[in-house]
Design a protein around this ligand. Structure first.
Ligand SMILES: *[C@@H]1O[C@H](CO)[C@@H](O)[C@H](O)[C@H]1NC(C)=O
Ligand SMILES: *[C@@H]1O[C@H](CO)[C@@H](O)[C@H](O)[C@H]1NC(C)=O
Ligand SMILES: *[C@@H]1O[C@H](CO)[C@@H](O)[C@H](O)[C@H]1NC(C)=O
Ligand SMILES: [Zn+2]
Length: 778
């Protein structure tokens, strides 16, 4: 695994297949897709930033890179993508074997360019707070205090706006100093951008232009009219704080049998139109703080009658939710508008009820917005996550904006699409595949918002056909990929990142359908061994996790368990070693050996077993899975477990109920939740206060160690995870038990003495593996 991690450290890329099945049919036989998980603006401390423009191939526009073949004498480079010969321009005249420009250094496969003499003025970032006021007083005061903290942390030069909503939408004019003024809009009625501009008297002094799109200062909006609503943080801190202080919860009476009238969609739509009119193309984020379900406007998730329950997965499955499709359609529209304007929607959903994340998902995900789900605005998960957004010291998220991501690859492969936070720009071309996965039909994507850890999952189609001539391999057997990312970094400057990769491909003599155990031809055997050697099982598991989640959302009647099981069985029968009909003979190379375990945990995970969660929670988990890197995603699928005891230092423990012991502390990290679990004896000693006594220093240390480690995890993660501290047999222990392999259940007698058993009918990993082996050898 180490070499795959090295590749990630160099380029921010992980691929399930680092040796690529080289033909269409070999790729199909390989079961796990040819894919890449790429972190476009991953932070590399030693990455060079070049102060000049990149050289591009004159035919295919790919950027000069270390895989280009250079003829120093003739001053020519050959593009590895299209084989075009390109002349170096005069300022490269001095290049030679030992005087290479940085972009040709073999180790600089990832490099960044900054545009020389970039004179575009730095556009300040814009934050539009959209605040729900239909919450109880207590929540209101938590939210106010978090918001005023956030305002203090805002970059000085950033522009800020405020919209509050409940039954009505209030757009606050902050530019008036002493006399606070608001524009009030009906929550039930959608407004077009033109109507909005009209009503907010943007054209009081000047006639409205007769034709054309109205967008920003260039199109006739005076900067005074813009600065009524968007003011530099440094100038409006006082006004903003006094508006917040005065802010009341929505004053409209809510009958006992009803929900509050909450016009979330109208408020978001007004925020989007206002930003679209004032600052199109600027790095702007709508930050929505929502405390309950939308019930009013074009996209209510539920009616006001409390007698109507909020939709569950069962309801969605039966397609019996009257509002759902309407809402999704509304937010698809909003998402298109935001992507067009280049603006981001961030969602902070803090309520015990669902607020409508499932409906809002497309708008947040396609704009690269952040999402945080907590049960209250007073909860640490919300408070600390919000602080992290604005913190610019050690754990800076590296929020960036206005990204465009493009790709080019060798002509024998095509790109099917991306599962991740981006939107297709529908740029057609020869490398765009007809089969679409996620955001597809394009070779360029918009990333309105992106940060240091945003990770895209790209899917490829191998289109190279079988050649009857097995020696075809001898010619060129490298595939090249180039990932190009333009973005505005968090100090507002444009950067251009280029990552160029090369991967070897292998192919057997296509026509023979063989696998390991069938006395295959030498070529076939060679190919299978090569593929195995390049298999990154963690990356593979995460590609499968994103794909299964995506299919569950988009394909009616899709059976995720069947699909995963089939994939696993096919993968094991192709790459495992066994004798037919002899389950005990089955073995897997170390390169594949933990893949079945990943699939076992994926089947049990929140991504697949959705019925244990609400549609909002599922949407939340999946949005985060779709933006995280491989190592964080692995923890979501298969949590990590560390055991602390007097007998040994902290050590990784098997994610199994057998890990529980009275004299152990366990630290479970499942990404969204971090659990510190005290075995019963430890809990007793702690309750007796032993750790406070001088002679029990060692015990005090043992108690502290998992807390220190948990702090480290909490500090650098976004969203900040929920920290659960619990004791064996306590009610909170379920947070741990739910994630453990049920090797001992009430069905098995052999629970360990002093251990624990799990009450479940789920099969254990041993039973699962047993079934797998029997099916594979059939
Ligand atoms: C990418 O490279 C191919 C050659 O494989 C070339 O024909 C094509 O024009 C390039 N596409 C883009 C979008 O640059
Ligand atoms: C994955 O992302 C996390 C959080 O952004 C980061 O701390 C970690 O180093 C990343 N892992 C790799 C291997 O890049
Ligand atoms: C953003 O880019 C500019 C210009 O290239 C650079 O000076 C600055 O340090 C960058 N900021 C960050 C946070 O990377
Ligand atoms: Zn080229």
């Amino acid at each position: 695994m180490a070499e795959f991690l090295d590749l990630e450290i160099q380029d921010g890329v992980r691929m399930p297949w680092n040796v690529i099945p080289g033909t269409k049919s070999e790729a199909a036989n390989a079961v796990v897709p040819v894919a890449a998980i790429y972190t476009p603006i991953k932070h590399f401390p030693s990455m060079p930033v070049l102060p000049y423009s990149p050289l591009r191939c004159r035919t295919c526009r790919s950027v000069l890179n270390p895989f280009s073949i250079v003829d120093f004498a003739a001053k020519i480079w050959i593009c590895p993508f299209c084989f075009q010969r390109n002349h170096f321009p005069p300022h490269y005249a001095s290049i030679s074997d030992d005087n290479l420009p940085a972009e040709l250094f073999p180790q600089y496969t990832t490099i960044e360019y900054e545009t020389p003499g970039d004179t575009t003025p730095i556009v300040p970032p814009v934050f539009m707070f959209v605040v729900d006021t239909c919450v109880i007083e207590e929540e209101m005061s938590y939210l106010k205090s978090s918001l005023s903290q956030a305002i203090e942390l805002l970059p000085e030069n950033s522009l800020v706006g405020l919209i509050t909503f409940g039954t009505f939408v209030h757009v606050h004019e902050l530019g008036f100093g002493q006399i606070p003024k608001t524009y009030v809009f009906k929550g039930s009625k959608d407004l077009s951008k033109d109507q909005l501009l009209e009503q907010m008297s943007f054209f009081a002094k000047k006639p409205k232009p007769a034709v054309g799109v109205i967008a920003g200062a260039r199109d006739g909006l005076s900067s005074e009219s813009i600065s009524r609503f968007l003011l530099p943080a440094s100038e409006c801190e006082f006004t903003l704080n006094s508006v917040l202080e005065e802010l009341q919860k929505d004053p409209w009476q809510v009958p006992a049998d009803q929900r509050a009238t909450r016009c979330t969609s109208t408020a978001l739509s007004i925020a989007a139109s206002l930003l679209g009119a004032c600052v199109p193309g600027s790095a702007a984020r709508i930050m929505a703080f929502i405390g309950g379900p939308a019930t009013e406007g074009s996209a209510p998730i539920v009616s006001k009658q409390l007698s109507e329950p909020i939709r569950s997965h069962k309801d969605l499955d039966k397609d019996s939710v009257p509002h759902f499709h309407k809402c999704v359609k509304f937010y698809d529209g909003l998402s298109k508008q935001l992507v067009h304007q280049g603006h981001v929607l961030d969602l902070f959903a803090c309520a015990l009820d669902q607020v409508g994340i499932a409906e809002l998902k497309s708008a947040v995900e396609s704009t690269g917005g952040l999402v945080v789900l907590a049960e209250s605005f007073g909860h640490q998960v919300f408070k600390d996550s919000l602080k992290r957004v604005f913190q610019s010291a050690d754990f800076d998220l590296g929020l960036s904006s206005n990204g465009i991501f493009e790709i080019n690859c060798s002509k024998d492969m095509k790109v099917q699409g991306i599962i991740g936070p981006c939107a297709s720009l529908e740029k057609k071309g020869p490398l765009v595949s007809d089969t679409v996965i996620g955001q597809g039909g394009t070779s360029a994507w918009k990333m309105c918002g992106l940060d240091k850890s945003t990770s895209l999952c790209l899917f490829f189609d191998i289109v190279r056909k079988e050649t009857p001539d097995a020696t075809a391999q001898a010619t060129s057997n490298q595939f090249y990929f180039q990932f190009l990312t333009y973005y505005q970094n968090n100090s507002g400057q444009m950067r251009f990142r280029v990552t160029t990769l090369s991967r070897r491909w292998v192919a057997g003599p296509g026509s023979i359908q063989a696998s390991f155990h069938l006395l295959p031809s030498f070529d076939q055997l060679y190919m299978i061994l090569e593929l195995i050697a390049g298999f990154d099982q963690e990356a593979a598991a995460i590609v499968m996790a994103r794909q299964v989640s995506f299919k569950m959302e988009t394909e009616a009647e899709f059976d995720p368990i069947r699909w995963l099981d089939k994939a696993l069985i096919n993968l094991c029968s192709r790459f495992g070693e066994f004798q037919k009909e002899t389950p005990s003979s089955f073995s897997l190379s170390p390169r594949l050996s933990i893949f079945p375990q990943f699939m076992f945990h994926l089947r049990r995970s929140q991504f697949v077993q959705v019925f244990n969660n609400s549609p909002d929670e599922t949407a939340y988990f999946r949005m985060i899975l779709n933006r995280e890197n491989v190592s964080n995603s692995v923890v979501m699928v298969q949590p990590s477990l560390i055991s602390y005891s007097f007998h040994s230092g902290p050590e990784p423990a098997l994610l199994d109920v057998a890990a529980i012991a009275p004299d152990r502390i366990l630290l479970l990290d499942s990404f969204f939740t971090v659990v510190i679990f005290h075995g019963s004896t430890i809990a007793q000693w702690r309750k007796a206060g032993y750790h406070n006594e001088p002679e029990h220093q060692a015990f005090a240390q043992l108690l502290r160690a998992p807390h220190d480690d948990a702090d480290l995890i909490v500090k650098e993660r976004f969203p900040v995870p929920r920290l659960v501290i619990c004791d064996q047999h306590g009610s909170q222990a379920r947070f741990l038990l739910a994630k453990l392999n049920p090797s001992a259940t009430y069905n098995t007698e052999a629970a360990l003495p002093g251990g624990d058993i799990i009450f479940t009918d789920d099969v254990s990993f041993e039973v699962f593996l047993d079934h797998l082996q029997r099916l594979v050898v059939q």
